[in-house]
Design a protein around this ligand. Structure first.
Ligand code: ADP
Ligand code: MG
Length: 366
């Protein structure tokens, strides 16, 4: 059952269209990541759902009620911001209770809720401390505690971990995910970090310049990208995009003599993930490239290669540490099943062309 539904939400700041016809449903108890580069409209979208901004057009439904015109206080949702803004002069207890007091809720319930939430967030020994006497992770837990103490089932978070160092961020991701599952929260979680979205979310809404580029599971976005934008935003390094040369309806890659695909009058690009390409001995390779540089990452090595006739270098991810001198020729192969085709002009995926890929390419794609 859909818990939260947006229909055609549109919002402009002057000339700038920040939200361009946004529609989606979020299921009850699901973790939905709003992912996209800086300035694509993530915060505007979250603030519009919270009622802190007003949409120019469109409707928002929550639990079957139209909340489009309700003030924030009546929307029954909690929000955690990037700068989680604890009150510096209030101790942990007072920070946790602030929202309940401000909303004039029944004092009789305070003690029980406080005990429950402070135990859940492991803050029960820290209630008398001021924010300045807490570590970054503990401050973050107070901010999360403030969001869950109100007992709302919908929780909105806007890049809540961006002020934390990498190690703490990793452990807080797990804490937030565990908390969301334990309390059955419906979570809308804004991030620009694709690994955060991939590792935490049930579904990802990928935003690009105010519109939804793709909405799907992490697996969909990685294995079934709808566009070059999605293919390059999800996964690291970004997917290699190789423009193909067209002669009539045949599309050729680099110096290969066999065409990759026969498809009508359009310009296509081949998409290949770095991790789907393998090195093979030169004498068995139909396709060769020159290594420009290599980057050792610990568990694997990224080889940046030059492919004849290609404007951009090709990145290949090989396992472990591989010593390959800059300037060496290497042989490349990949599985035909791991090839993607996109329209070069629109950047959209061209699934129809993928169905016409040549079997003969198996000479270099195995
Ligand atoms: P994100 O959170 O994805 O970085 P935002 O939602 O903050 O993006 O911004 C989306 C676009 O709207 C940007 O171009 C930004 O400059 C613009 N914008 C955001 N808030 C305002 C505002 N209060 N006034 C004018 N323009 C704004
Ligand atoms: Mg933002």
């Amino acid at each position: 059952m859909s818990h939260l539904s947006l229909h055609h939400i549109t919002k402009a700041w002057g000339e700038k269209i920040a939200l361009d016809d946004i529609s989606f449903d979020a299921a009850e108890g699901s973790f939905v990541a709003l992912l996209g580069p800086s300035g694509c409209g993530k915060s505007t979208l979250l603030r519009t759902i919270a009622g802190l901004e007003t949409a120019d057009r469109g409707t928002i439904h929550f639990k079957h009620a139209d909340i489009t015109d309700l003030p924030p206080s009546q929307r029954k949702l909690s929000m955690v911001f990037q700068s989680y803004a604890l009150f510096p002069h209030l101790n942990v207890r007072e920070n946790l209770l602030f929202g309940l007091k401000a909303r004039g809720e029944d004092k009789l319930h305070f003690a029980a809720r406080l005990a429950e939430v402070s135990k859940l967030m492991e803050l029960d020994k820290l209630l008398e401390r001021l924010p300045s006497q807490l570590s970054g992770g503990q401050q973050q837990r107070v901010a999360l505690g403030r969001a869950v103490i109100a007992n709302n089932t919908l929780c909105l978070m806007d890049e809540p971990l961006s002020n934390l160092d990498a190690k703490l961020r990793q452990s807080m991701r797990r804490e937030i995910r565990a908390l969301q599952k334990k309390l059955g929260l419906t979570m809308l979680y804004v991030t620009h970090d694709q690994t955060e979205a991939m590792s935490m979310a049930d579904s990802i809404i990928l935003l690009n310049d105010g519109h939804i580029e793709q909405h799907g599971t992490p697996d969909d976005l990685y294995n079934n990208p709808a566009s070059i934008f999605a293919a390059q935003f999800i996964g690291a390094p970004p997917m290699n995009i190789l423009p193909l040369q067209r002669k009539d309806a045949q599309h050729y890659l680099s110096h290969l003599t066999a065409p990759v695909v026969e498809y009508r009058d359009t310009t296509l690009s081949l998409g290949l993930r770095a991790e789907d390409i393998q090195l093979i001995a030169l004498e068995h390779a139909a396709l060769t490239a020159r290594v420009i540089s290599s980057e050792y990452m610990g568990s694997d090595t990224l080889l940046v290669c030059e492919l004849a006739g290609m404007p951009e270098p090709l990145t290949v991810k090989v396992p472990g540490m591989q010593h390959i001198a800059d300037g060496s020729e290497v042989g490349l192969q990949w599985s035909a099943a791991r090839q993607y085709l996109f329209f070069s002009d629109s950047g959209k995926r061209c699934v129809a062309a993928e169905q016409h890929m040549f079997v003969s390419q198996k000479k270099y794609a195995v």
